[in-house]
Design a protein around this ligand. Structure first.
Ligand code: ATR
Length: 277
């Protein structure tokens, strides 16, 4: 990139129209009065590599990647952070001035920061976490919780084999629990996480009995449309701390914004409002 160009970044997905990232980054650029643009880019999988190689030449300093490109972007990248490598997927790319691509994954960071701000008294070391789901999102959550020192993860998934695969990869911290039995282990948890798409608009709700949970236990849902899922509503009714998933989306965006535009942005009520607008 030549000097004095306005830095460009964006989010690459297929489709991309639903992405809230342009609203979030656009809000921060405006709030901090920074020169820069952040745009949505709909790129078909077969075009991803060529697009990624071209963007730095067109003034792009980086990009977020989302479904279905997170794994492919990791393979294309020239360097890969430990987090991205552990998760097996990238969500944040930074382009060096020579066009080389560095792949990072900030989903686990976003997950932990969301809990730190929504449940400041929760300590991952205090007790077991129960995780519903074993897809890409679960991977990021598991890697982050293990790194933070969680003593045990009870992992359950409709397709048990996917949970067993993660148990093999991440090791003994994980115990796989049968999907139909999962309700029985929830009461031991300090943290309950929904990483499945259940509860999302148009999907059935995730139904988990939460009445046995210790008051003060934390329940979080990665689903953020709607913001308040049945799981979170019932968590509140049971006296637990309910943390919605929007904050994870906002916090995962912070490291990318900082590296591309040079300012570490705050995640506050105005950021939430901008994402929801
Ligand atoms: P993501 O990257 O968002 O995690 P994914 O890899 O497609 O997306 O994973 C989706 C998760 O939601 C999986 O755990 C999936 O369970 P399966 O592995 O059994 O498919 C879970 N999921 C989606 N629809 C579900 C449903 N109707 N009931 C139970 N689990 C469901």
């Amino acid at each position: 990139m030549t000097e004095n160009r306005i830095p460009l970044a964006g989010v690459i997905g297929h489709p991309i129209a639903h992405s809230r990232s342009p609203k979030v980054h656009g809000h921060w650029l405006k709030t901090y009065g920074l020169a820069g643009h952040y745009i949505p880019m709909d790129v078909a999988p077969e075009d991803l590599e060529q697009v990624l190689r071209t963007l730095p030449k067109a003034g792009f300093v980086g990009a977020n990647v989302t479904v279905p490109h997170k794994e492919a972007a990791l393979r294309i990248a020239d360097t890969v952070t430990e987090q991205a490598s552990r998760i097996g997927a990238a969500n944040t790319l930074t382009f060096a001035s020579d066009g080389t691509i560095r792949a990072d994954n900030t989903d686990g960071y976003g997950f932990m920061e969301n809990l730190r701000s929504g449940a400041p008294d929760w300590n991952p070391k205090d007790g077991p976490a129960v995780i519903f789901g074993a897809g890409g999102a679960a991977r990021a959550v598991i890697a982050a919780l293990i790194e933070a020192g969680v003593p045990e993860i009870l992992l359950t998934n409709r397709t048990r084999a996917r949970a067993e695969q993660l148990q093999q990869e991440f090791g003994d911290t994980i115990t796989v629990v049968d999907w139909v039995q999962a309700g029985n282990v929830v009461e031991d948890a300090e943290l309950v996480v929904n990483t499945t798409s259940l509860g999302m608009v148009g999907q059935p709700e995730l139904r988990v009995p939460l009445d046995g949970l210790q008051p003060g236990a934390v329940v979080t849902d990665l689903v953020y449309t709607p913001l308040q899922t049945r799981l979170l509503r019932e968590a509140e009714e049971a006296g637990c701390i309910a943390v919605d998933g929007l904050g994870m989306l906002l916090h995962q965006a912070v490291p990318g914004f900082e590296s591309w535009f040079g300012k570490r942005p705050d995640v506050d009520d105005a950021t939430r409002a901008a994402a929801l607008a």
